[in-house]
Design a protein around this ligand. Structure first.
Ligand code: ADP
Ligand code: MG
Length: 554
């Protein structure tokens, strides 16, 4: 008698399942894309492992994904001949959530309402558990490549699952078979027409052939040939093809905001297909700041951890395929190969140039990219010395004269006042707070534009970006903002504070009273209405950076 073990789901899985079933997410079709994408990943992993262990293929060398429709029993079966899962892998993969950032993300979804929640869950990419949006029971039978044993995982998605050794006769020779026992209102997923349409829409460019078996025992009919889109000529690829491929490779549900597809020739040869997403990927602000670009060698998936782009471009999705590395390249070898640094450099240039071109040709599309990813791109200003000038030019800002967030430093410099010698900025947590700052008074009175910086990253890059077109960046909360050289408009009151003995007396009094709590008390041009304000010393961190460093416990 075979023993059946019962396990409870990890708390986060239970929570995700609850979210999925009680459904913020209305587009249930996506479950199929998730299962197909897992099946394709499994085939690619096998192909990779088989490079060093060809015996794993055991005569079955063609990767395939098969969808069997069983209308009579109201079931849909998704089967692949990929790497498969061992018992421990089954428990690990289908009982826990490995992805970092998941918990924070679920909190956001729970806090959001209706449509917004649906959008969020869409960005997240719902994964295997989405099967429970359409099935009230799911059976997974899997045999890891090279293993004699197969395992059977089963759950109704309500808090627990079972694992048992699978009947040999009943298990696939290699890979994974997922059987969905469809809910009453999900019967449509046994219709060939429905399933075929969904596969073509969502998974038309999966790099593994997909076929449909109309009823158990019937001949498979091919629905996708598994050709790699990136190897085709650009002229043969439609916008829709790119968008579909992008959704598959990125796990996003939107359209790409920008597509970069090129072939590098010469000393190093590779093809790159990269996308800037149309919305923020859910893991954008994960601690690890990892990118997700995939590396292929001669169309074989190798790894998505090769760091093909710098961290400040981690939102870019896609892949690089090269024939200049051996297939059995180890992950350590990749990091050290000169090819990798050449790819990094070439790809970074192409992506940044494409974004720059977009800024000229399609302002609206560029602004959208900036809104989503500007705060990430700005990390490059202090991390990538070589491209600092380029990234500063690309940056857009909210300012005291324009709150839409689309002013470049070139715009700023063009509109500088006579006698103004610096680019002024004010950093803080939010726009309303910044706009109310007394520090701005003297600048307003003189019509001097001030950048209003509210991203946490701003406090860091401004201190590493000494100038733009020869103009230094200067915090208005720091040291002496030298406004004396810029004339105030005619007719405005002349405060000339130095002139008054009363003011001098007050300064002396303040110095004495405050003692060591301040390093200096002085009159200033920067105020017109308020009597006093705090400023930071000339050469230290500005007020906002000081606050952030204190907050970080330093
Ligand atoms: P993700 O694909 O982002 O890792 P999923 O929830 O879709 O998240 O899948 C979880 C894990 O389950 C996968 O990482 C993989 O290890 C495993 N898995 C799912 N489906 C299969 C499959 N068909 N073959 C092998 N492993 C699978
Ligand atoms: Mg998946």
């Amino acid at each position: 008698e075979m023993s059946v073990e019962k396990h409870v789901f990890e708390a986060d899985v239970a929570r995700l399942l609850h979210l999925m079933v009680h459904s913020v997410y209305s587009d249930k079709n996506v479950f199929l894309r998730e299962l197909i994408s897992n099946a394709a990943d499994a085939c690619e992993k096998l192909r990779y492992e088989a490079i060093v262990s060809p015996e794993l293929l055991a005569g079955d060398t063609n990767p395939s994904i098969k969808l069997t429709l069983d209308e009579e029993n109201n079931r849909l079966i998704v089967e692949d001949n990929g790497i498969g899962m061992s018992r421990d892998e089954l428990v690990e993969a289908l009982g826990t959530i490995a992805r970092s950032g998941t918990r924070a993300f679920m909190e956001r979804i729970e806090a959001a309402q209706g449509k917004e929640g649906a959008q969020l869950i869409g960005q997240f990419g719902v994964g295997f558990y989405s099967a429970f949006m359409v099935a009230d029971n799911v059976d997974v039978v899997s045999r890891r490549a090279g293993s004699d044993h197969a395992w059977h995982w089963s759950s109704d998605g309500k808090g627990s699952y079972t694992v048992a050794a699978a009947d040999r006769a009943d298990a696939p020779a290699r890979g994974t078979r997922i059987t969905l026992h469809l809910m009453e209102d999900a019967k449509t997923y046994t219709s060939r027409w429905t399933v075929e349409r969904i596969v073509k829409d969502q998974s038309g460019h999966v790099p593994v052939p997909i076929s449909i078996v109309e009823k158990p025992g019937a001949e498979p009919v091919s629905v996708g040939d598994g050709t790699a889109l990136w190897t085709k000529q650009k002229s043969e690829i439609s916008k829709e093809d790119y968008a579909d491929f992008y959704r598959g490779v990125s796990g996003q549900y939107d359209d790409p905001a920008l597509t970069v597809h090129f072939r590098a020739e010469g000393r190093h040869e590779y093809t790159a297909l990269a996308f800037v997403p149309g919305s923020k990927p859910f893991d954008l602000f994960d601690q690890d700041r990892k990118g997700r670009m995939k590396l292929y060698v001669k169309r074989v998936f190798i790894t998505d951890e090769a760091e093909l782009l710098p961290r400040y471009l981690r939102f870019v999705r896609g892949l690089v395929d090269t024939s200049d590395l051996p297939l059995n390249v180890s992950r350590e070898m990749i990091q050290e190969s000169p090819l990798l640094s050449s790819i990094r450099k070439g790809l970074t240039n192409r992506v940044l140039t494409a974004i720059e071109k977009l800024a000229e040709s399609d302002r609206e599309a560029f602004d959208k990219i900036w809104e989503n990813f500007g705060s990430v791109l700005k990390e490059g200003i202090y991390e990538d010395f070589e491209r600092r000038a380029q990234l500063i030019s690309l940056s857009r800002f909210r300012t005291t004269t324009s709150e839409d967030g689309h002013r470049s430093l070139a715009d700023y410099v063009k509109d500088m006042k006579d006698g103004q010698s610096a680019i002024y900025y004010l950093t803080g947590d939010n726009l309303a707070q910044l706009k109310a700052s007394p520090q701005l008074e003297g600048f307003r009175a003189r019509g001097i534009e001030v950048l209003l910086l509210t991203d946490p990253v701003d406090s860091f890059w401004v201190t590493s970006a000494p100038d733009f077109e020869g103009k230094p960046m200067k915090s208005i909360t720091q040291g002496s903002a030298d406004l004396g050289s810029v004339a105030k408009p005619e007719g405005s009151a002349d405060s000339a504070p130095e002139a008054s003995q009363a003011v001098a007396d007050f300064v002396a009094f303040a110095k004495e009273t405050l003692g060591d709590a301040v390093s200096e008390v002085r009159t200033s041009d920067r105020l017109t209405e308020s009597a006093v304000c705090l400023v930071a010393p000339e050469n230290g961190p500005d007020r906002q950076l000081e606050k952030m460093l204190q907050g970080a416990g330093r």
